[in-house]
Design a protein around this ligand. Structure first.
Ligand code: CP
Ligand code: NVA
Length: 332
């Protein structure tokens, strides 16, 4: 049994084949919601928040419970971590008591340090740089509505330098998608992230386009996505941001430039009439509540998969064959 824990800190921590396995497992978990109990005991999972949350908190709390475990939610300011105690010491305490640590925090370096010192899986529940669990749920939603992610065009409009844009680049490329990211000059993704996404896209047959031209990005897109223009921690910049991103709003005119059967996704919370119009988010192409529900299934699958891959839980017999088949069918 391997003893090195597997973590999910950034989208590319899963290879294309592994991401596909997790998404297959998510589909199974959605169909047989209460059948898989890798956290039976109950074992505890910590879900720590340095920023506020609705979906992430509820989906991890329900998900850990449905996996047979016990969620321990730690709200902002409730633990010693970060102010009274080092990340290293916290990691050493956590691994003696619980089976998985899920953390929503600011700096990516913090969660990376926690994982480096942890004998149990660490999961990124959003940092300033990435929101990989959200993108897993988005990919599950795309699969449900299109059968597959391979070769589809996914277009993101808005703050192209935020955590969602980065995770769409890396997670979408891992899923073999043609990812197009459009935002204003000065708010485009970091070159290193674009290069990592391009490298991943070369493996999977996907591609990456970064542009300031919203219309170019939208042309015949299969999936249109956006996110708030003001991420948590950027509230002081509200006034300037509302002006900056105006041309990247997903309204009826924008969605009409995408494919006729395009679907619209948004990680939520949404600010109607800013990054998306009510007409679009409440319209027939919107799948935002399927997407929100899929946070539950995708994260349950992810946690089970990380525990199996770390040798910390037995893979149930009924999953051994489907998981092996998923690996065989994919580009590595
Ligand atoms: N999409 C998402 O992560 O929502 P919350 O901030 O409510 O958790
Ligand atoms: N970009 C947003 C995502 C919220 C789920 C933020 O970081 O606030």
């Amino acid at each position: 049994m391997p003893t090195t824990p597997r973590h999910f800190l950034v989208d590319t921590d899963l290879t294309p084949a592994e991401q596909s396995e997790v998404l297959d497992l998510a589909e199974m978990m959605k169909r047989q919601r209460y059948s898989f109990k890798p956290l039976a005991g109950p074992q505890t999972g910590i879900v720590m928040f340095d920023k506020t949350s609705t979906r992430t908190r509820i989906s991890f709390a329900a998900g850990l419970t449905e996996l047979g475990g016990n969620p321990l939610i730690i709200n902002p300011g409730e633990s010693q971590l970060g102010h009274k105690e080092s990340i290293y010491d916290s990691a050493k305490v956590f691994e003696r008591m619980v089976s998985v640590v899920i953390w929503r925090t600011y700096a990516q370096s913090g969660i990376n340090e926690l994982a480096e010192n942890s004998a149990i899986p660490v999961v990124n529940a959003l940092t300033d740089d990435y929101h990989p669990c959200q993108v897993l749920a988005d990919l599950q939603t795309v699969r449900e509505h299109r059968g597959s992610t391979q070769g589809l065009v996914m277009t993101y409009l808005g703050d192209a330098a935020n955590n969602m844009a980065n995770s769409y680049l890396l997670g979408g490329a891992t899923a073999g998608m043609h990812v197009r990211i459009a935002g204003p000059e000065g708010y485009l993704p970091d070159e290193a992230i674009v290069a990592a996404a391009q490298a991943r896209a070369q493996e999977t047959g996907g591609s990456i386009t970064v542009t300031t031209d919203a219309s170019q990005a939208l042309e015949a897109a299969d999936v249109v996505v956006t996110d708030t223009w003001i991420s948590m921690g950027q509230e002081d910049e509200t006034e300037q941001r509302l002006k900056l991103f105006e041309a990247y709003s997903v309204d009826s005119e924008a969605i009409a430039q995408a494919a006729d059967n395009a679907i619209f996704l948004h990680c939520l919370p949404a600010y109607r009439e800013y990054e998306v119009s009510s007409e679009v988010i409440d319209g027939p192409q919107s799948r935002v509540f399927d997407e929100a529900e899929n946070r539950l299934h995708a994260q349950k699958a992810l946690i089970a998969w990380l525990l199996y891959a770390s040798g910390l839980a037995e893979i149930p017999e009924e999953l051994i064959l489907p998981l092996a088949e998923a690996s065989r069918g994919q580009v590595q």
